[in-house]
Design a protein around this ligand. Structure first.
Ligand code: ME8
Length: 662
């Protein structure tokens, strides 16, 4: 039987700029998904590439003294190079200047025209060249582009239009009949509203520039942005030249992209496909946007994050892991170097790396460097069954999460297992078992469990940490990569007793977070300090302008101990009716569920909170806020400035609800 196919795409990125964190995010996410599906035995086709036509690119090339072709060749190569560096396993890198794609664009135009869905008209309006978009007068802001604030030009030209309006109803029906078609749900709701507002026909050709695909039946016209770009997905699947391949991979299973282009993929693209008589993709997934330390990433702000620099400093795995672990896929995220270091240290170096070195060190010390044979199941004590049971559960839950592109949840699951194994070592203290004959019998099971947990975790993490997973296995004495072994290799019990482990260097080094924090504070002090020369005015240790002054009153440890701080998981959240600020949340404290009302509604949506672990004051006298009982208080940090920044406190790895915070 032929394996089931799985076709996944990233957007094709514009070559008007060099690749950055945002592009890497989508591409790494798709790569992780592609690798996961391959591990599960799917026949995967993973596509990425570049979008190379248009007036903006033509102008940029000229400004930089290149021909358009030479310019796009250069930038496309920098995308391809970055993907190589980041261990991206795409099956094709498509460029809209590729000959087979140009042929598809021309063919599609002819087909749509023959069908009567493309007609000639004239286009006039305010045109923003950088955005390649027309805007009606009413949408301009101070006479400038509403999106980027730059000058717009009045443009009038003969143009061809695609009858998008005709497809509003069929599109709505499709979206309503297929709840999974647009994800996450919030984007689906936005799209339904947008289409219900009515669709205008779409301008699909231009005559004012020539850097594009010529329309065969209309001399002087070139295809205008979206038909040229979107059809890349069928070109690569073999639409024109490989019917067998096309039958195998089309329709795509999922198109992944940033939220800002979900509209093009869930309205224009399916309408074009309907007109062509082709089946629609299974899913359009719009993930969130990264900001950098609270600000939009942009060249002018000078805060563009270059993945290659982080990869050089911290390794490719760290970059891939951080992006997918830090933020729920679908929600916006904020990048900071400090959080990057904290996350990589906590999870990869401390939890995972440490578990491996504990496992190999103890196996070396107590069982001659060979994986011991565990006791028969019926002779094992209850506590030794914990990891095998948890591992099976985590394997299923990680698969469920990855299937939904919920990378954060999948990775958190695996680290729940890694955390449990570290705790198991602390609880059991294998070194003390080694002291007695009876203890040594159990020790073989304990050491087996620890090493096996590392082996299983490496399989489950392999779609993301593509280099380290192999090294984790290598040090356990295994010579292939978990990526080759496949997902089922994560089933408990695969590690052969007798395997010789190889102690090696730490797979993930620990970075000096304290030094980094000090460097940062020093840099901030320099920028914040008045222009007096440093030798005249050593910077006073003052609080930054946007935080409350430190408290003058001192408390004793006993005062502090009165506050019962606990970890809890938010299980439900909804805004309090009639209040802009208040959010009503139900939290699981481990021993009970209760309601807390918190002033965070301006900063978090219910979707941001549900599933999150927070810290609460568990022994606060209940109070009523806007008629709602609040039984506890949630901890959050906030600034004093306007707009106020507020951040809830979250443990940096999953931990049992009810855990005490001190
Ligand atoms: O839109 N955070 O290309 P593009 C997260 N050519 N993702 C980001 C991001 C950020 N700050 N910045 C960019 C185009 N991205 C068209 C697409 S598809 C047929 C044509 C990612 O170069 C994200 O995937 O502007 C976003 O959708 C894409 O880059 C935009 O890339």
């Amino acid at each position: 039987m032929k394996p089931q196919s799985f076709y996944i795409t990233t957007p094709i990125y514009y070559v008007n700029d060099l690749p950055h964190l945002g592009h890497a995010y989508t591409t790494v996410a798709c790569d992780a998904m592609a690798r996961y599906k391959r591990m599960r035995g799917y026949d995967v086709y993973f596509l990425t590439g570049t979008d190379e036509h248009g007036q903006k690119i033509e102008r940029k090339a000229t400004a930089e003294g290149f021909t358009p072709q030479a310019y796009v060749d250069k930038v496309a190569a920098s995308f391809a190079d970055l993907w190589k560096l980041l261990d991206i396993s795409n099956d094709r890198f498509i460029r809209t200047t590729d000959a087979d794609h140009v042929a598809v664009v021309q063919k599609v135009f002819e087909q749509l025209y023959a069908k009567g869905d493309i007609y000639k008209g004239s286009y006039e309006g305010w045109y923003c060249t950088p955005d390649e978009a027309f805007f009606p007068e009413t949408q301009l802001v101070d006479g400038k582009c509403p999106d980027c604030g730059r000058e717009v030009e009045w443009t009038q030209e003969e143009a061809y239009f695609f009858r998008l309006s005709k497809y509003a109803q069929p599109l709505l029906e499709h979206i309503k009949a297929h709840p999974e078609f647009i994800q996450p749900v919030s984007r689906r709701n936005e799209m339904i509203k947008f289409i219900e507002g009515g669709l205008d026909d779409l301008c699909v050709s231009r005559t004012t520039f020539s850097w594009g695909v010529p329309v065969t039946f209309a001399p002087g016209h070139v295809a205008y942005v979206w038909i040229d770009a979107l059809t890349n997905y069928i070109t690569a699947a073999g639409y024109l030249d490989d019917p067998e391949k096309f039958a195998r991979y089309w329709p795509a299973d999922v198109h992944v992209m940033g939220k800002e282009i979900v509209r093009f993929h869930s309205v224009i693209w399916p309408a074009l496909l309907m007109s062509l008589g082709l089946p629609l993709p299974g899913q359009v997934f719009g993930h969130g946007w990264w900001t950098v330390e609270g600000e939009k990433m942009s060249k002018s702000r000078g805060n563009v994050i270059k993945p290659e620099e982080y990869a050089a400093e911290f390794g490719v795995d760290a970059v891939r892991y951080f992006m997918l672990r830090e933020v729920p896929f679908g929600q916006d995220g904020d990048f900071s170097r400090m959080n990057f270091i904290y996350r990589v240290n906590a999870d990869l170096a401390n939890d995972l790396g440490n578990l491996l070195s504990r496992a190999t060190a103890m196996i070396n010390k107590f069982t001659d460097g060979r994986v011991p044979t565990p006791q028969p199941l019926d002779e094992q004590v209850e506590a030794d069954r914990l990891l095998p049971t948890l591992a099976d559960e985590v394997m299923d839950r990680a698969a469920d999460a990855f299937d939904k592109l919920a990378f954060q949840d999948g990775l958190a699951e695996v680290f729940r297992l890694v955390g449990a194994a570290n705790k198991y070592i602390d609880d059991v203290a294998p070194w003390s078992l080694a002291k007695t004959d009876e203890g040594r019998v159990r020790l073989s099971t304990v050491l087996y469990n620890i090493a096996e947990t590392v082996r299983v975790s490496a399989v489950l993490l392999a779609p993301v940490i593509t280099t380290g997973c192999r090294e984790l296995w290598r040090q356990l004495g295994l010579d292939i990569s978990p990526l080759e072994a496949g997902w089922e290799a994560a089933r408990w019990g695969g590690l052969e007793p007798g395997t010789e482990v190889r102690r090696g260097d730490p797979v993930y080094p620990r970075y000096d977070a304290k030094a980094e924090a000090q460097r940062r504070a020093a840099a901030q002090a320099v920028t914040a300090a008045p222009s007096a020369s440093p030798e005249l005015a050593p910077a006073p240790a003052a609080a930054p302008a946007d935080v409350a002054p430190p408290s003058e009153e001192q408390i004793t440890i006993d005062d502090f101990a009165k506050v019962d701080l606990r970890v809890a998981t938010v299980v439900e959240a909804e805004p309090v009716k009639g209040s802009e600020k208040l959010m009503k949340i139900q939290v699981d404290l481990g021993w009970e569920r209760r309601q807390i009302v918190a002033g965070i509604a301006k900063h978090y949506s219910p979707a941001d909170l549900v599933g999150k672990q927070i810290v609460v004051v568990a022994n606060l006298k209940p109070a009523k806020l806007r008629g709602e009982v609040s039984n506890g208080m949630l901890l959050a940090a906030s600034t004093t400035g306007e707009p106020m920044v507020l951040a809830t406190l979250t443990p940096d790895k999953p931990i049992s609800n009810g855990s005490k915070v001190k």
